[in-house]
Design a protein around this ligand. Structure first.
Ligand SMILES: [Zn+2]
Length: 368
């Protein structure tokens, strides 16, 4: 196996258009629109930083293929896929709550899902130990029949179903650290034991009514869905405490054969639509821990797929740190926003929130 990290990106990802707007709102309300929060700049600057720092030379760059209609059909109805195509061909429209389709968005979304499929093939066929897919549009909110939260097709859900089918995997883990709940991915696997979904997110943020800690899956899948809700203002130590108490022990017991990260860097402390305080170093530490778990259980196989993250200045640094952790090599790039003091202390109410999730999951897993 090559001790390297695959990097999957495509120029078209930056050409998907959400139009003008204000934060998460599209143009047309009471406020003069400028740029919608989900615009190409944040993600393009991740690529720019990799290139400007030359860190990209440490990565194995791979162009993505497009997902086929049948692959999209593993997680979405054909009627929904057709609707996205029709809207896209017509120059744009709405695919659901906060799910804007622009011209050519259908083809770009196929390539976004395809980027995560390419990543799976890369790690399963041992062309790289792990991979980072800088894809756009993101996927984790997309439900089978409905787009949501800037997501059209559920890239990670499609890729996990593909990995299960093509490589016969029996235990796949998806860790979603985007600040919002990964409702679409939860829906995709709520009945399943062979895909364990874990979402660590800000409580009561988006979508409304989803991500409650008491929802643990259903039918055979009960016990294979882990929701961890953290209060607004949680920083690095709070997240790492959730890793200590829940995420790592459960992953150790599940022993996955392949790990996905739904990598939303919108839990960062500068995010305009999230209220968490994770630093670039916090992201480095979380990614390092997942990498170690992958090395222990899944022969290092780990695919990180980009989800949200809306600070154009900070997401590039957070994402660089995630990629450094996957690659196992530091860059010379310093975090210019590191103020030199510890910014992520943990408070009692944050520990209590983690412990409430521990109490729910104790029924299914051996936890302290
Ligand atoms: Zn998000």
């Amino acid at each position: 196996m090559k001790e390297t990290t695959g990097f999957i990106c495509d120029e078209s990802y930056f050409w998907h258009q959400m139009g003008n707007g204000a934060l998460n709102q599209r143009a047309g309300g009471w406020i003069q629109p400028d740029t919608h929060a989900e615009n190409p700049e944040t993600k393009r600057r991740v690529k720019n930083l990799l290139e400007h720092s030359k860190y990209i030379e440490n990565l194995h760059q791979i162009g993505p293929r497009s997902a086929t209609r049948d692959e999209i059909g593993m997680n979405h109805s054909m009627a929904y896929a057709d609707r996205i195509k029709e809207l896209s061909d017509a120059g744009g429209g709405d695919a659901g709550v906060h799910a804007i389709v622009g011209p050519d968005s259908y083809e770009i979304a196929l390539k976004s899902a395809g980027g995560v499929l390419t990543s799976v093939e890369t790690v399963m066929e041992e062309k790289a130990q792990n991979a980072y897919a800088l894809v756009r549009p993101p996927g984790h909110h997309a439900e089978p029949e409905e787009g949501m939260g800037f997501c059209l097709f559920n890239n990670v859900a499609i890729a996990a179903k593909y990995a299960r089918q093509k490589y016969g995997l029996k235990r796949i883990l998806i860790l979603d650290w985007d600040v919002h709940h990964g409702n679409g991915t939860e829906r995709a696997f709520e009945n399943d034991t062979d895909v364990l979904f874990m979402s660590v997110h800000q409580e009561n943020i988006f979508p409304k009514g989803r991500g409650d800690i008491t929802y643990t899956g259903k039918g055979n899948g009960e016990g294979y869905n882990v929701n961890i809700e953290l209060p607004a203002g949680t920083g690095d130590e709070g997240y790492l405490y959730a890793f200590d108490e829940l995420i790592e022990p459960i992953i150790d017991q599940y022993a996955p054969e392949l790990i996905f990260i739904s990598a939303g860097q919108d839990a960062s402390r500068f995010d305009p639509i999230g209220r968490m305080l994770v630093t670039a170093d916090g992201y480095y530490q979380m990614a390092s821990r997942v990498k170690k778990l992958a090395e222990k259980h899944s022969n290092g196989r780990l695919v990180a797929a980009h989800e949200g993250g809306y600070s154009t200045a900070y997401v590039p640094f957070c994402t660089l740190r995630v990629i450094e952790a996957l690659r196992g090599k530091h860059s010379p790039v310093e975090d210019p926003f590191d103020l030199g003091f510890h910014e992520g202390p943990i408070y009692p109410h944050q520990k209590e929130a983690v412990q409430r999730a521990v109490d729910v999951q104790k029924v299914f897993w051996n936890l302290k």
